[in-house]
Design a protein. Structure first.
Lengths: 67, 466
């Protein structure tokens, strides 16, 4: 299972951060922006290790809700 | 027989107090004195409860004089990471933001349990802000220093908890572990640190970080102290939705059962790669003492670490979202950008990470059908210098801070019980080895640790600064 949004993020990480900042209503102070972008790039690369791993469809998320 | 209060463990102290050999007031006064002098160099404490501690000690002595038994930790001074609620104190969780909160109205469940057993709480301990770190380099409260070498980190995020015990300020402390925050500081400071099974101990009254992975546990300088305190804190707690209702299983009575028949293996692959030679040598030393020759491969551990990272950053950021939005500059610069970016992780990544978690948990469960204990290094290296951004491991330059959790993160990911045991390197810095078991098998871990301790392979003498 691959994710199409990872390459997008890697190509345009500043744009991604700016757009998510708007979507979330989470202002990113200008002097924090480079650090946030760097961290986002790092997280994307790390996440890729999970996203590229093919899991059987029947594997559900680990947490179970008890009504 | 006079007790060396600098080196005595909690069990020895409690025995002396319960038998009337020593007063709790003497013990606690000594601890407070040690803190007043020794903590200047370590910066482990953020709060010291002098008056309350002395009052509690006097109460213990009065109970004994009246023929009562205050409990198995009678008169033992202890301290807790400052994310544990302490009645009457503000729960800082390593932050500046939390200074604005009202003081806690009651103790965290685990704190209350130890006090109920007669232990005397002496204060709150330094940590990485909101637990998001492996070094306890805190911009608001300062770095905590490693008692073995003051220029080096104590590890994190429970650095204060480890340094206070390793430095002989208190014999017992509590910390929390999300991706390694008990085990890493225990290893770097050369003491025992127990991260029990996820949900085994109540987290009620603790400021959380990433609920999928937050655990609490004790630090100490003897296996029996860890077993005793762990046993005392077990028990169902409806106030913590994650806390198990599985009945307590006392480990202390099982310590002497030995290791015969235990199937013990060394983790290879990921857990044998990317470490300094002495970290591997420490594992080999422990393995030899346990008669372990078998190797076992924990599959896809690098992906487990990645998934833990994704889940942690999502959950941590969500927890602090309102403050990130309203007052980002009140965060530690060391956590701020990481928390801000964590809020931006796509939901699909988070769900995939949680799905992978189920798959990985099932694979590791299969492994534990054939082994009882697995050994791995706790950290890839000894404590780095305070402020050290990069380090060289096995000839490769890597970022210091995230790599301290290299071997701890893939395992707390699935809530396995793990004890980091200290391997001293005379004239050098200590290391830790993780003893890992299947869920709820803390007793097997502690039995193996007791065997190692009796053989002198793992030791934890307090390092007293002169």
């Amino acid at each position: 299972m691959t994710s199409s949004n990872v390459p997008e993020l890697v190509l345009n990480p500043e744009q991604y951060v700016d757009q998510m900042s708007q979507i979330l209503g989470l202002p990113i102070p200008p002097d924090c922006r480079p650090g946030v972008v760097d961290n986002m790039i790092r997280t994307a690369a790390i996440a890729q290790l999970v996203l590229e791993f093919s899991l059987p469809t029947e594997i559900e998320a680990a947490p179970i809700f008890q009504p | 027989m006079s007790l060396d209060l600098n080196q005595a463990d909690a069990t020895a102290i409690a025995t002396a107090v319960r038998t009337g050999e020593l007063s709790a007031k003497t013990v606690v006064s000594h601890a407070l004195e040690r803190i007043a002098t020794g903590d200047r160099a370590l910066n482990a404490f953020t709060d010291v409860m002098t008056a309350q501690a002395l009052a509690d000690a006097v109460a213990v002595d009065r109970a004994i004089a009246a023929g009562q038994d205050p409990g198995p930790l009678a008169g033992v001074p202890f301290a807790v990471k400052n994310l544990f609620d302490i009645a009457g104190l503000v729960t800082l969780a390593g932050s500046k933001i939390n200074r604005d909160h009202q003081p806690a109205t009651q103790d965290a469940t685990a704190v209350a349990a130890l006090r109920q057993a007669g232990a005397v709480l002496v204060g709150g301990l330094n940590m990485d802000e909101y637990a998001y770190g492996f070094t306890t380099e805190n911009s608001h409260y300062g770095a905590t220093h490693n008692p073995h070498d003051l220029t080096r980190v104590a590890g994190g995020s429970s650095g204060g908890s480890a340094a206070a015990v390793a430095g002989g300020l208190v014999p017992l402390s509590l910390g929390s572990d999300t991706n390694g925050s008990i085990r890493v500081p225990a290893a770097l400071c050369g003491i025992f640190g127990l991260k029990p099974t996820y949900g085994r101990l109540s987290r009620s009254g603790c400021a959380l970080f990433a609920s999928s992975f937050d655990h609490i546990g004790p630090f100490g300088r003897s296996v029996r102290d860890l077993a005793l305190s762990f046993d005392l804190m077990q028990g169902a707690d409806p106030h913590d939705p994650v806390c198990t209702s599985r009945p307590p299983e006392p480990c202390l009575p099982q310590l002497g059962l030995g290791i015969e028949g235990l199937r013990i293996a060394i983790a290879d692959g990921y857990f044998a790669t990317g470490a300094e030679p002495e970290a591997i040598a420490a594992v080999e030393q422990v393995a030899e003492a346990l008669g372990a020759v078998q190797r076992v491969t924990i599959p896809e551990a690098h992906r487990a670490r990645a998934a833990a990272y994704v889940i942690t950053t999502c959950e941590g950021s969500t927890l602090h979202f309102d403050n990130l939005k309203q007052r980002p500059y009140d965060f530690d610069p060391g956590t701020r950008d990481r928390f801000l970016s964590g809020a931006m992780v796509p939901g699909q990544w988070y769900v995939q990470a949680q799905r992978f978690r189920r798959w990985y948990r099932d694979r590791v469960r299969e492994l534990f059908q054939h082994v009882d204990l697995i050994l791995a290094p706790t950290t890839p290296c000894v404590a780095p210098l305070i402020g050290q951004e990069k380090m060289t491991i096995g000839g490769t330059e890597v970022l210091t801070r995230p790599n301290l959790g290299l071997y701890t993160q893939p395992l707390s990911f699935i809530g396995l019980p793990i004890l980091s045991v200290p391997v001293q390197q005379p004239g050098y810095l200590p290391l830790g080895v993780q003893l890992i078991a299947a869920p709820y098998n803390e007793a097997l871990i502690l039995r193996a640790a007791a065997h190692l301790e009796a053989a002198g392979i793992v030791t934890a003498a307090a390092v007293i600064q002169s």
